[in-house]
Design a binder for this molecule. Sequence first.
Ligand SMILES: Nc1nc2c(ncn2[C@@H]2O[C@H](COP(=O)(O)OP(=O)(O)OP(=O)(O)O)[C@@H](O)[C@H]2O)c(=O)[nH]1
Ligand SMILES: [Mg+2]
Length: 301
Amino acid sequence: MSYKSGVVGIVGLPNAGKSTLVNALVGEKVSIVTSKPQTTRKRVTGIVSEDNLQAILTDAPGFLKSEAGLNGFLSDEAKSVIEDVESLIFVISLSGGSLQALEEHLKLVRAAGKPVFCLLNKLDEAKPTFQKEVETLLDESGLEFLRGSLKAKTGRNEVRAVILNWLSKILPETGAPLYDPEIYTTQNMRDLAEEVIREAAFERLHQEIPFGLGVKIVKFDESSESLTRIYAEVWVNRDSHKGIVVGAGASSLKAIGIRARARLEEFVGTKVFLDLRVKVKKNWIKNDHMLQELGYVLNSK
Ligand SMILES: Nc1nc2c(ncn2[C@@H]2O[C@H](COP(=O)(O)OP(=O)(O)OP(=O)(O)O)[C@@H](O)[C@H]2O)c(=O)[nH]1
Ligand SMILES: [Mg+2]
């Protein structure tokens, strides 16, 4: 019987809807989604298993040009995802943005010489002039594209069906799935906990904080069958950010903890005790040693 599988990179500029697409294709929440750009940092794997195919999706950070610090890591990670996969889905937001940044990213994507499918996302918020420019660019590049919106369920289902059909054509024949079809992510619980806490914090905080916010899981204690104890540090880049994350009477930190704990309980399947502490780690986003401590280091380095 024919069975196809392969590794597919989900790439694009920050905030285009890449992680939303991964979650829609997998049918489970594997990657965190927020309204703030540069949400995804380390690549996340989501696995879609159908009767005839399995796609191992690699959700990349948004593409940006930078050489140092956390931005440098994001930039390198986005580029290395393009190298490490067999085919690519390029997600573009029609809600506007820089055509030049898009062109630069497109150049890298095309240079990889791999099958590419483009999703023109956020059709519900499309800016007509920008949409025209993007479509001309893709037509000139000879790239296949779909216009769609991942905002509502019907849109997600339509996009999912078209992309699965594309995958069924381009994925290589493997005879059997590469991963057990029951598995939908390769992420471990510690990494997942870090992402869930970061998402809860991003949702709660002002625009300027999230980029300088990191989460370190200090201890993940599963020794009790009915209660998982998670001890985590929330790192901020500046003294002045600590008070904002904690909030008056610790209201903000408590709200972050409540939201994160509810999601963590769904994932781990037990009650969760969550201990969150805010630490000021001055300029950690520019410090190689501290970046490494949070796992922001390329596998190849
Ligand atoms: N209006 C609208 N919003 C969308 C659509 N798809 C995704 N979003 C929203 O866009 C924002 C960014 O979505 P993400 O999936 O986190 O985007 P991303 O490309 O993974 O972003 P980074 O990881 O930061 O690069 C979130 O607030 C989503 O809910 C869409 O089709 N329409
Ligand atoms: Mg993302």
